[in-house]
Design a binder for this molecule. Structure first.
Ligand code: FES
Ligand code: FES
Length: 154
């Protein structure tokens, strides 16, 4: 049995330790926000947080994160209390098809734990998530909006 805390809930799971975390989240726990794209840690659409660290869950064996705190897009914010990035995504109408966006939000929110006010260069250096719809400009604008409004509140 593998013990995981996902979005604040404790789970004891009868799964093989080498099973990718993404499959556990989607197939065992029904959390379908993290998406499958490449399966080889290249595209980023499966990104979740382990602690405050963004990881590509398709390539993380669940046994390696046993006992750790996992957060998926489902718990980044809530309808009543959106994460500042989520509000900025709405304000800037970032998504097109939307498929990559959970991963984009989790990757960038992970970066904000380390760097609350990333420049465009910081984003380019730290975020390699792929968007086939090419929403990169709107993502940069939305991150600037979210981080400047956070700065205005602090
Ligand atoms: S599905 Fe995990 S990085 Fe592409
Ligand atoms: S919004 Fe379509 S892949 Fe990014």
């Amino acid at each position: 049995m593998i013990s995981l805390t996902v979005n604040g809930a404790q789970h004891e799971l009868d799964v093989a330790p080498e099973m990718p975390l993404l499959w556990v989240l989607r197939d065992e726990l029904g959390l379908t926000g993290p998406k499958f794209g490449c399966g080889v840690a290249q595209c980023g659409c499966c990104t979740v947080h382990v602690g405050n660290q963004a990881v590509r869950s398709c390539s993380v064996p669940v046994g390696s994160v046993a006992g750790q705190r996992i957060t998926t897009i489902e718990a980044l914010g809530s309808p009543d209390a959106l994460h500042p990035l989520q509000q900025a995504w709405i304000d800037e109408q970032v998504p097109q098809c939307g498929y990559c966006q959970p991963g984009q939000l989790m990757a960038i929110s992970g970066l904000l734990h380390k760097n609350p006010h990333p420049t465009s260069d910081d984003l380019a250096a730290a975020i390699s998530n792929i968007c086939r719809c090419g929403t990169y400009d709107r993502i940069r604008t939305a991150v600037a909006r979210a981080t400047s409004s956070a700065a205005n509140q602090s």
